[in-house]
Structures are given as C-alpha cells and as structure tokens.
Design a protein around this ligand. Sequence first.
Ligand code: MBD
Ligand code: FE
Length: 280
Amino acid sequence: TSDAVTAGSHATEIARSGAATFRSGGGAVDQQRAAAVIGAALEGIRGAIRDQKVTYEEFDAFKRWLIGVSDTGEWPLFLDVYLEFEVEKVAAQTQDGSVGTILGPFWLDGQAQLDSPATLPMRDDEPGTPMILAGQVTGTDGKPLAGAKVDIWHTDEEGWYSGFASKPPAGNLRGVVTADAEGRYEIHTRKPAPYTIPLDGPTGQMTLAAGWSPWRPAHIHLLVSAPGHRTLTTQLFFTGDPYLGNDVASADKPELTLDPQPTGNGSEVRSDRDFVLEPE
Ligand code: MBD
Ligand code: FE
C-alpha cells in the first residue's frame, strides 16, 4: 500500500464519521441553497471547459483522476488543500478573537488528555529541536478562561503525522492540554518540519503536473476551546520558513508566525502565544 493510500483511507474514515463537526452547525440544506451553491460550482467548471476549450481526451483524464481520488481516499486531502481556505475565509468574516485558519485532514479525536505544563507523547529518542509553546487563553473581554483546552497536533522532525504515516507510533506529538486556573498553558514538544502532501497519490500528481509546489510550511495545528466559547481552529508557523507565502494549502497568515527563541537549556527554544476566544 502506498503512503497516499495509507493516509487517505484513514482521513476518509474520519471525514465520513463527521467527528470534526465542532466547527459547523450541520443541518439540512434547503433546495434553494442547494441549487445556488451546486449550480455556481458546476457553472465554474463549465466555464473552465468553455474558456480552455477542454478536449475529450482531457475530460476522460479528469474522470480517471476523480476516480483515483476516491480509490486512494484522498478526498479529505484534496478538499482541505485546495478548497478549505476559502471556506475558512468566509467563516472568518463573522468571527471575533484570535486569527484562525484551516483544520486540514489530520486532526484525530480522543488523544492524550494532559494538564499544563504538559509534554506531548513522544518517543524516548524523539528527534528535533525541543520546543516550548506557552501562553494564556482569554475571552474577548480579556478575562482568563480557566480550564481552557488546547488540542495540539503536528508532524515529527521528518514531516510525518502519527495516525496517518506508519513511522511514528500512535498518538505521537498529539495531545489535549488543559490550561490552569488563569487560562495559562505550557506545552513541551519538538519543532515540526515542513510537510509535503503525498506525491504518489492523485492530489500530489495533479500538483506536480501543474508545476506547483507540494509543500506546506512547518506548522502546529491547534484547536483552542472553552465552555461557552467558539472553538478556535488555527495553526502556527515559523519565521524564515522557505515555504511561507507558498503554502500548497494557502493556509498560512502573517499573524500566525512564531519566532522561537533559545531558552538557554541546550538547543531548546520557546514561543509565547496567547489566544482570544469569542463567546458563543
Ligand atoms: C496538512 O498537514 C495540512 O495541515 C493540510 C491543511 C493539508 C494537508 C496536509
Ligand atoms: Fe498539517
């Protein structure tokens, strides 16, 4: 089984379960709305066929490619890389508090529950630069949110996500950290590496065929939540990353860049980042 299929089939299972519905209201779609949205999407593709004078050869290649996306389970990957950032921009228009960005396909429910200060689950010899991420969670009124939760996941130093690649053990570099009574959290982990989408699957093949970069800058995913508040879905990036501004998932934002500084404890670095949640 290829890496693309391993990662894709698990991401498909999770998407099918609807586990990530914390960011939506769900619910039925009325006929008018269906006609408006589906109609506009189809017309976008029809417009591309007309404008580009798409041939039968290209149409048949497109069919085979779509079938491949299903066969490899890459719908979550493809949709989150090429479309989710636009959905997030729409959502952000009516959101207050800290800047968010996309969830992506690699969040997992039910990870290690830890109290701050916390060290994420990792191997005894986990490679990479030791890193501390710390800060405070408050409401938009500035009041600390006691017991806020910081759900965090990121790649290891080689760019692999646990649960989706075979190398890291289950639960590696993932955890849900409960902040203290002042909403303060402190997480000890390793600095993640830049990430390339699988190149052996249809999403990667399409990306390379168009001559686009398949890379995401190194990033840390976070879901920050507290009772009575809207859950913040965000990511943090790193100053100087060669892929900033050229993220294949178009999800990096200048407000989300960290500049970790040495703590003096070996090669360890630290960044401080506060989060502001809006009331629900
Ligand atoms: C990722 O690691 C990711 O965060 C997104 C959004 C898409 C593909 C891979
Ligand atoms: Fe990611």
